[in-house]
Design a protein. Structure first.
Length: 238
């Protein structure tokens, strides 16, 4: 029997934890329930899970504090964390993402959405494909030849803009905070200011021309690459 992905649920409300666990179990996951940070830490010291579902409001250490703690620990820093939160304020979302969470779900959530997000972070965790061709709308990035085309016209991108676009295209439809982009596109360059991200996103948009509309600014949160915009062809602008 193959190993089922282990999902650690850190949630103090038994009814919610049970609902999540039942749904995970029925969909081929192995849920483990911890009702607070101390219990969760014991689980982590024992066997590492594949994903952590982390409630924000917990007795003792908050989800936010736990997320920061696990992100700064080499043993746990790679584990995807999805925050479960009743808070939907923009500043809270930013705080959640900045604490190192990969994603967040606002309560009340549908179990279908929860499962989709769990699958998504598991997919993202798979080793980054270094090569290959990615297509979104008419935008094509070929990592092997380092070429980007839009509606079959080649685009000129600087090396950072290329990496940024590659990251966006392999993690589309998801909001990335500036801090996350710095970590994942630039690496751990703590001395680079977050403003740098804005500069390169601006350059990327300019280089993409009409397709630049796909790079969305999510106010107060960061940036997202989306397929769900109508991209005008350059011809129709004439
Ligand atoms: Ca709670």
């Amino acid at each position: 029997m193959r190993n089922l992905p282990r999902i650690l649920i850190v949630e103090d409300e038994p009814a919610i934890a049970e609902l999540i666990a039942v749904n995970l179990r029925h969909n081929g996951f192995q849920p483990i329930w911890a009702m607070d940070g101390v219990t969760a830490q014991k689980e982590l010291d024992d066997v590492l899970p594949d994903v952590i579902l982390l409630d924000w409001m917990l007795p003792g250490e908050s989800g936010l504090m736990l997320s920061k703690k696990w992100r700064s620990n080499p043993r746990t820093k790679e584990i995807p964390i999805i925050m479960l939160t009743a808070r939907s304020e923009e500043s809270d979302r930013v705080a959640g993402l900045d604490s190192g969470a990969d994603d967040y779900i606002v309560k009340p959530f549908s179990t279908k959405e929860l499962l989709a997000r769990v699958r998504a972070v598991l997919r993202r965790r798979k080793p980054q494909q270094s090569g290959g061709r990615i297509q979104l709308n008419d935008l094509i990035l070929d990592a092997d030849t380092h070429r980007v085309t839009f509606q079959e016209q080649p685009l000129k991108l600087g090396p950072t803009e290329f990496k940024l676009l590659q990251y966006f295209m392999t993690h589309k439809e998801r909001v990335h905070s500036r801090g996350q982009l710095l970590d994942r596109v630039w690496g751990d360059h703590v001395f680079i200011e977050e403003r740098t991200v804005d500069v390169h996103v601006k350059r990327l948009r300019e280089a993409l021309g009409a397709a630049g509309a796909m790079v969305e600014t999510v106010r107060g949160a960061g940036y997202r690459l989306t397929e769900m915009v109508s991209v005008q062809s350059p011809q129709s602008e004439h």
